[in-house]
Design a protein around this ligand. Structure first.
Ligand SMILES: Cc1cc2nc3c(=O)[nH]c(=O)nc-3n(C[C@H](O)[C@H](O)[C@H](O)COP(=O)(O)O)c2cc1C
Length: 310
C-alpha cells in the first residue's frame, strides 16, 4: 500500500523564524486571537497577528466605523486598542496557554512611540515577531506619514530595528505610487520581511442625507474587492526584494492564498474573511494542505514563486 504523503507546510520567514504553516491572521481582524478560540484551536495557525498596539490605550474613532461595500468593507476604527502594557500583562499569558504562535502589530504617533512599544515587546520571549504598521490610512498618526516614501520607511525601520532583536516585518501601504521602492527601502534599513497590503483609502456617502457614511469620512477598503490590486503589488515586491514577503488582501479561500504563494509570497494573512467566516483561516490551512497532497507537491517551499510565463 502506498502511504499518502504529508506535505511540509512550514515556512522560513527570516530573522531565524520558521512557522508551522504559511497562514496568519491579519491585524485588526482577529482581535487579540483569544476571541477566536471558541471556533477552533488557534495553535493551528502559522501565526496570529494581534490588533495594532500603541504605547497607551486608544479609544479609536467615533461610530459609524464600518460599512459594507460591494465585495468588501470600509473601516475607520482608528486603531482602538488596549495598549502594549495591558497586552503583555493580560493577553500574552493566555496566548501562551493556548499554545498559539503570535506576533504583535505596532504603531505610534512618533518614531519614539514605535521604539518604546518595540522595546517593551522585545522582552516577551514567546512573541514570534513584530510587525510595524507604517500604513494605516484612518488616523493621521497611523504610520502613513512614515510609510508613503522610501526615506520615511527607511528612517522608521532603522530606528525600530535598533530597539529589537525580534524578527521585524514592515507593513506597507498600497496608497503609494511605487510600492517596490518602499519595500526595498525597508529591506535595506534592516527589515526581516515586508507585509502587504494594508487597506486602500475609500469613501462612502449617503445620497439622501447627503452626508459621508463614516464619521471619519474616509476609510480603508478591504476584502475580495482589493485582491487583484494586492496580488499585483505582492508580485511586484517579490521581484524587488530578497527578504520574505507576506501577502494580504482579499484572501477568502485556500485558492486565493495559493495564488499569493504562487507569485512569490512566503506566507499570507487572512483579514476581512474572518468577519464572514470565523473559521476562514484554519480552512485555508486545510485547503493548502489538501491541494499540495492532491498535486503531489512535497512542500509549500516547492510551490512558492513557481508562476509560469503567459
Ligand atoms: C476592521 C479592520 C481593522 C484593521 N486594523 C489594522 C491594524 O490595527 N493594523 C494594521 O496594520 N492593519 C489593520 N487592518 C488591515 C488588515 O490587517 C489588512 O491589511 C487589510 O484588511 C487587507 O486584508 P483583507 O482584505 O484580507 O482584510 C485592519 C483591517 C480591518 C478590516
Amino acid at each position: 500500500m502506498v502511504r499518502e504523503m504529508t506535505p511540509d507546510l512550514s515556512v522560513a520567514l527570516g530573522g531565524g523564524l520558521t512557522i508551522k504553516n504559511p497562514v496568519m491572521t491579519a491585524s485588526g481582524t482577529f482581535g487579540y486571537g483569544l476571541e477566536f478560540a471558541p471556533f477552533y484551536d488557534i495553535s493551528r495557525l502559522g501565526c496570529l497577528i494581534v490588533k495594532g498596539l500603541s504605547r497607551e490605550p486608544v479609544q479609536g474613532n467615533p461610530p459609524q466605523r464600518i460599512f459594507e461595500t460591494a465585495a468588501g468593507m470600509l473601516n475607520a476604527i482608528g486603531l482602538q486598542n488596549i495598549g502594549v502594557e495591558r497586552f503583555i500583562r493580560d493577553v500574552v499569558p493566555r496566548l501562551e496557554d493556548a499554545g498559539a504562535t503570535f506576533a504583535a502589530n505596532i504603531y505610534g504617533k512618533t518614531t519614539e512611540d514605535y521604539e518604546a512599544v518595540a522595546e517593551l515587546l522585545s522582552d516577551v520571549s514567546s512573541l514570534a515577531a513584530i510587525e510595524v504598521n507604517a500604513s494605516c490610512p484612518n488616523v493621521k498618526e497611523g504610520g502613513i506619514a512614515f510609510g508613503s516614501s522610501p526615506e520615511g520607511i527607511a528612517r522608521l525601520t532603522e530606528r525600530v530595528r535598533r530597539k529589537t532583536g525580534k524578527p521585524l516585518w514592515v507593513k506597507l501601504s498600497p496608497n503609494v505610487t511605487d510600492v517596490g521602492s518602499i519595500a526595498k527601502a525597508a529591506e535595506e534599513a534592516g527589515a526581516d520581511g515586508v507585509t502587504l497590503i494594508n487597506t486602500l483609502i475609500g469613501m462612502a456617502v449617503d445620497h439622501r442625507t447627503r452626508r459621508p457614511v463614516l464619521a471619519n469620512v474616509t476609510g480603508g477598503l478591504s476584502g475580495p474587492a482589493i485582491k487583484p490590486v494586492a496580488l499585483r503589488m505582492v508580485w511586484d515586491v517579490c521581484g524587488k526584494v530578497k527578504i520574505p514577503v507576506i501577502g494580504i488582501g482579499g484572501i477568502m479561500t485556500a485558492e486565493d492564498a495559493l495564488q499569493f504563494l504562487l507569485v512569490g509570497a512566503s506566507a499570507v494573512q487572512i483579514g476581512t474573511a474572518n468577519f464572514s467566516n470565523p473559521r476562514a483561516a484554519v480552512e485555508v490551512v486545510e485547503g493548502i494542505e489538501a491541494f499540495l497532497r492532491e498535486e503531489k507537491i512535497a512542500s509549500v517551499a516547492d510551490y512558492r514563486g513557481t508562476l509560469r510565463p503567459t
